[in-house]
Design a protein. Structure first.
Length: 175
């Protein structure tokens, strides 16, 4: 049996917003609280404007940092002209985690009905780092964490989870 401390992940939280700072960032607060309560470590937390290059710069720095295992982004996944998180992140992915967006919308449907089609939640793997992009609402982040991410970032969740696979992702990224 492995030591639970071996599965503590360092997770960065990025809020994408043109209107909120850290003081008003309830979605980022929720994600930081949830990940810490799950036994993980908050690696860093930032707010950037909804701009493809600002998002890419922040996420790229964390992808390049071997101490960061996962990145949670909130905001910028809608359809307005300023919503650019999926466009910023998709080119960074080595692999796309198709099931995250699909499952998020399925779970979200039970809460908000057909409005869930307006979510462009996505996820992927870049340089051995997991990246999950969620809508900016606190309720959407709660749904994503409680119904999907808490289990997938828990090495004890069976039959499988991303936490126990992380070392294998990183090894492959270095080949």
């Amino acid at each position: 049996m492995s030591d639970p401390a071996d599965h503590v992940l360092a997770i960065a939280v990025l809020t994408v917003s043109d209107t909120r700072g850290l003081a008003e960032d309830t979605s980022g607060d929720l994600l930081a609280d949830r990940l810490e309560r799950a036994g993980h470590r908050l690696a860093e937390r930032r707010v950037v404007r909804d701009d493809v290059y600002a998002i890419r710069a922040a996420v790229s720095a964390w992808i390049a940092d071997p101490a960061v295992n996962a990145i949670l982004t909130t905001g910028g996944t809608g359809f307005t002209a300023r919503d650019s998180t999926p466009e910023a992140l998709a080119p960074l992915f080595d692999k796309t985690i198709e099931g995250f967006g699909e499952l998020f919308r399925q779970v979200s449907y039970t809460e908000i009905g057909s409005s869930t089609i307006q979510s462009r939640a996505i996820a992927g793997l870049a340089n051995g780092t997991l990246i999950f992009a969620m809508p900016g609402s606190t309720n959407a982040c709660r749904t994503a964490w409680d119904k999907i991410l808490a289990n997938q970032l828990d090495a004890g969740f069976k039959p499988c989870n991303f936490a126990e696979l992380l070392p294998r992702f990183f090894e492959k990224a270095q080949l």
